[in-house]
Structures are given as C-alpha cells and as structure tokens.
Design a protein around this ligand. Structure first.
Ligand code: GAL
Length: 649
C-alpha cells in the first residue's frame, strides 16, 4: 500500500533533510509527494531550468527506498512571470485583477500561460523520465479550488464568444435557446453576449449555464494540454494523476470528464478545514469518498490526509486524539489505495503557518506522529481487507448541468446541493449499504443490472434520452427514487412547456411548487395510519396521484389534498417520488423498504457507528467522540476495529 507524507524539503535548511527522511522511514513512510509549488526553484529566471535541488532530494529519498509522487509546479507561478506577463493573472467578476501573492491565480485561457506551464512541465518530466523512484506525476494542484474556476478577463470573454459560436452556429439559435426576447435582450452578434458579471437582478439562466459549461471546458483544455505533455515525456512506469478537493460540487468544473485524462484520481481528504468548528457529518465524509471512487469507478489515492488543525487566517477544529487516524483508515476502507498525510511538518513561514502537519514547529515526536505510525501499521496488516473491492447495488446520481443550474437559481435559500445529496446518501449509509456516487450519464452507459436502486434527487434538467433510460431501468426491475422539481427544465435551463413527461412516468401530476426558505417546514402525515407526523423542508411539490399510490400527504390546512410521497410500479420495478425534502426518519424507513424489496443486505447501526463489510471481514468505525455500543459490542471514541473471520473456524 502507498503510505506516506507530503514533504516540502525546500522549506527547511538542507541539513535537516537527511534526518527528516530517517524519521519518515522509522514511521513507516514508503512514498512522499514533493514539488507542487516549487516552480521558482526549478526556473529561477526565465528559461533557466535547474533541477539540481530536487536531484539531491530525489537521491536521498531513493537511497532510503522511498517512492516519489512529483507534483508539477504550475499552481503557483514565479513572480518574474507575473511581472513579464501580467495578463496571466485572473480577474474577478467585479473586473478587478487578483494581486500576485496567493495561489491558483492564473487564467486558463491565456496562451502565454499555457505555453509557459507546458514548458516547465516538459522540462521537469523529461529530466526525470528514467527515474524509477518517481512513480507518478501529479498535475498542478487542486485545479478549480478556492474560486480558481472563474476568471472574467477580456481573453475569457473572447474565448466565451468562440465557445458560443461553435455551440450555436448562428446567433439566432442562441437567442432562441435563451429566450432573449424577454427583457428585449436579443443579440445581433455573438460579440454582444455579456459574461455573467454583476448586473441588476439576474442574468438569463441559459447564459449562466453556458458560462459554467464554458469555465469547465476552459479547465479541461488547460489540463488536457498539460497531461498530454506529461504523457509524451514521462517514463512508462510513471502514472499521471491529479488531486481533487472536498468542495467538488461547488465549482463550474465537470470532474467526471476531467478525470478521463488521468490514470488515477487523487483526493485531498479534509473532513474539517480552516474556520470550521466541527467536522462535516460521517455521511458527508463518506459521500465524498464515494464520489471520488465514482469518478473513474475504481479506487483512488488520498494524497493529502489531515493530521492536525488547518487554517489560513482562522484556525479550524483540532482533530481529537485518534480522530484523524480513524478518518484515514475509514478512507482506505472506502476505496483509497494510498494515504499520504499533509504534511510532514508545518511551516513556520508563509500563508500556511497555521496549517498543521504531523510535526509542529518544535520538531518533537508527538501524538500525531504516533497516530501516523499506527495508521501505517494497521493499513499494512489489514491490506487485504481494506483493498477488497467495493460493489455497490445503490447509486446516488448527480449531473453537473443540474448542479450549475441550481447554483444560478437555488429557488429556496434552504437549498444546498451537496447537503441535499448527503441527506439522501445518509439514508442508505445509516443502513451500512455501499452507495456509489456517480454522474447519471456515467450510470446510463452501464447496464440496467449494474445497480438495483438509483437515488436521483432534484434532477430538474432532464432530456428524453435520460427519461427513456430510466423507464427501462425501472421496467427491468430497478427502483428509482426521485422527487421535487425533477424534470421541469430542458438542457438550455428553461422551463419545459406543456405536460411534464417525468411526472407522467411517476404516475402523478404536479399542481404547483412552494419554496420553503431556511427555517420553514411543512407537516406531513403517513397515509398508512393517518397518525404519524413528520416534516419536510426546502420546498414541496403539490402532488395529485394519477396512477401512483400515495404513501404520505401534507398535513397543513389548504394542502391536505396533496400527496407528499408516492410510488408507481412499472414492469418489475417502481419509482418513488418525494415531494419534499423529508425528515431523516422517513428517509431511513424508505431506504429500509427499498433495500428490503431488492434483497440488498443492510444493517442499521447507531448514528456515527459504521460497519463496513469487506468480503467476510468487517471494519467497524466509530465516528463518535463517545463510547458507542451496538448489539454485544462497544467501541471507544474514534475506534476502528477489524473483525476478520478465521479461515480455520
Ligand atoms: C490543500 C492544498 C494544500 C494545502 C492544504 C492546507 O487544499 O492542496 O496545498 O493548502 O490544503 O490545508
């Protein structure tokens, strides 16, 4: 198993490197990641490449039999480059150019930056192509993160026009698609089309969606160019990867398409980060791992794992004793094949002084180092359990067009796309059933039998191909869980006119939609006993069943006639329509019902206690800060317990 740390030897006096490596070795490190912000060290003045510093580092690591993942350094460019070509720096939506000083500052569409980035990448990769110790190249660092998916400079505006021209051919087609007759916004020429920078009220939703697609395309083109350079010049034994970050749905960046250019997907795994007072929920943490695994539908590498509090200006939550250890083993059990901690030692200078590493500024062995050592030992001892392949019968489906369309118009201020998906994910997670998180397009390229249950919330943009595929999935025995606002829009982000084909498929008519803002909820009553009450949030569809059966109704005056949850059978399967975002209890019962109907094994455990079935072995993970008991077992805070079946039993 690939186990190690992110190491920045250039932050420290050269005399410390040998001792660092010796300590790493003792800790069980077999791989380090280096280099991803060190462009200036490799090209101190334009065109003068110098890799001697890293030659030395590579030799020392190699002598210790430590493998290397080398990061290409384009996430931070040298100051001389910014001085010579100031246009490479991205511009905010307010038309203000960022200042040199942070990171991820470049515009993806500036030719001179693309060329310079390719040139340093080519020189670096060529220099080390025969180096056996270097097992992989990480391209750049966290592309799109920290708002770096956006740039509103003049070049981006021109390239956007080209993008629209290629897409629509003629300006009339764009006018038609966007419905620019509204507010008299009809364009005579592509050059008149604005970028969605601040305006009074709103931009056209079609424009907003095309802008997100354009940003994603800009990122893709930039990365595809760099990856091609690496592939042309790297050694055959060297793999190519990228490290993605936690806020994957928050950016104008289709990571599924992006992932296609890589051999591996890397993930920077921070269940809590700067400024947060508490970690995200266990379901949310696990959903992120399922998402990473879903991108290429195979295992991924955690190339940055948290081992201490993080923060730039504000320092976030400090992981409790054994909590970061628990998160690490948990990630390995959920499909990561590698685990590298960020970072060997926190840096005393620079913007990340407060991003803790394993070692602190006092450089002494500490509890964090003990946890790292324990993690590596347990990972090695339990490698066969941890790497047992995951086969999920349930998939949670998303779609980037939909994500971006919700971003432009959330419709309810209580809506957060990722949180909502995590809410649905949680229902199955609590039953300890594996769930793949995948794009609906990727699922549709598979066969109907790949999954028994598809969970597909708030898919407001649909097309006929999707609808037909889902119908056949259900007829063939699949269960689909969908719901409010589904199927109301087309690919141009406009409301569909006429009867809603999606609702017809679900055997219902939707007579209206009420948005429930933050803090608002609607009561719901169970049809079975006409007694049990619960609530829904975010919004509600007013459902009139046509051929579907109602399971829940709304409970407040004026709304009692409308169903809140329905089920419609088709062939061998069924489609459930959830009119609102139901409380957890209802979601848990629904998950239990559909898992049971499909004969999928499940085991509900107390909140925070996870039971991961890997073949015959079980990995118990206690996410709680308290002792947690279940059946005849008790688990201490943050305990991870491996239960393997003895072959002789
Ligand atoms: C990651 C990033 C690292 C470092 C770390 C701090 O997102 O890739 O370079 O900034 O966060 O927590």
């Amino acid at each position: 198993m690939i186990l190690g740390v992110d190491y920045y030897p250039e932050h420290w006096p050269e005399t410390m490197i040998a001792e660092d490596i010796e300590r790493m070795k003792t800790a069980g490190v077999n791989t380090v990641r280096i280099g991803e912000f060190a462009w200036h060290l490799m090209e101190p003045t334009e065109g003068q490449y110098d890799f001697s510093y890293f030659d030395h580092v590579v030799q020392l690591l190699k002598a210790a039999d430590i493998h290397i993942i080398f990061g290409t350094p384009t996430a931070t460019f040298p100051a001389w480059l910014a001085k010579r070509h100031p246009e490479i720096i991205a511009t905010t939506a307010f038309g203000i150019q960022h200042a040199f000083g942070g990171r991820r500052l470049y515009c993806y569409n500036i030719d001179v930056y693309r060329e310079k980035a390719k040139a340093i990448t080519k020189a670096l990769v060529t220099h080390y192509r025969d180096e056996k110790a270097i097992i992989a190249w990480q391209i750049d660092n966290e592309i799109g993160h920290e708002g770096s998916d956006q740039c509103y400079c003049k070049t981006c505006h021109h390239v956007f026009h080209d993008f629209l021209m290629t897409k629509y051919g003629h300006i009339h087609a764009l006018n038609e698609a966007y419905g620019t007759v509204f507010w008299g916004q009809t364009y005579n020429d592509f050059e008149e089309v604005p970028m969605p920078t601040p305006t009074i009220t709103q931009h056209n939703p079609g424009l907003a969606l095309d802008w997100a697609r354009f940003r994603s395309e800009s990122i893709y083109q930039y990365v595809d160019g760099l990856t091609n350079v690496v592939r042309q010049h790297c050694g055959k034994h060297q793999r190519v990867l990228h490290n993605l970050y936690g806020g994957y749905f928050d950016r104008a960046f289709d990571q599924v398409r992006f992932s296609e250019v890589f051999d591996m997907i890397g993930y920077d795994h921070y269940p809590v980060w700067g400024g947060l007072k508490a970690p995200i929920s266990p379901a949310h943490i696990t959903m992120a791992l399922s998402y990473m695994r879903g991108l290429k539908h195979r295992p991924f590498w955690v190339v940055e794992a948290i081992m201490g509090a993080q923060g730039h200006d504000y320092i976030g939550y400090m992981p409790r004793e054994n909590q970061a250890l628990m998160w690490s083993l948990h990630a390995l059990a959920h499909g990561s094949e590698a685990l590298l901690y960020f970072r060997w030692r926190g840096m005393t200078h620079g913007a990340e002084q407060f991003c803790q590493g394993i070692l602190d500024a006092d450089n002494r062995d500490n509890q964090k180092l003990n946890e790292v050592i324990t993690c590596f030992k347990l990972a090695n001892t339990n490698e066969s359990v941890l790497t047992t392949p995951i086969e999920a019968a349930v998939a949670l489906c998303y779609d980037y067009d939909n994500r971006w369309s919700w971003h432009a118009q959330p419709q309810s201020d209580a809506l957060n796309y990722t949180d909502l998906l995590a809410h649905y994910y949680n229902a199955f997670y609590r039953h300890n059933t594996f769930v793949d998180v995948r794009s609906i397009n990727a699922v549709m390229t598979g066969t109907f039998s790949d999954y028994r249950i598809l969970v597909m919330p708030i898919m407001q943009i649909v097309d006929d191909q999707m609808l037909q595929w889902l119908k056949r999935f259900v007829e063939n025995g699949g269960i689909l869980i969908t719901g409010f606002r589904s199927g109301i829009k087309g690919r141009h982000n406009q409301l569909l006119f006429g009867s809603n084909a999606f609702a017809a498929f679900c055997g219902i008519q939707v007579e209206g939609f009420e948005s429930l803002g933050a803090g608002l909820s609607c009561p719901v009553i169970c049809d079975e006993d006409r007694q049990t009450t619960e609530f829904g949030t975010i919004g509600r569809d007013l459902i009139v069943p046509v051929s579907a059966s109602a399971l829940w109704h709304y409970g407040d005056t004026g709304f009692e006639q409308y169903a809140a949850l329905t089920v419609q059978t088709h062939g061998k399967g069924a489609v459930y329509y959830l009119g609102t975002c139901f409380a957890e209890t209802i979601m848990l019962n629904l998950a239990e019902r559909v898992l049971g109907a499909q004969g999928i094994k499940s085991r509900k455990t107390p909140a925070g206690l996870e039971c991961i079935q890997k073949g015959d072995a079980t990995v118990w993970v206690n996410h709680n800060h308290e002792n947690t008991c279940f059946e005849d077992k008790c688990f201490s805070p943050y305990e991870v317990r491996f239960e393997t079946v003895d072959a002789n039993e």
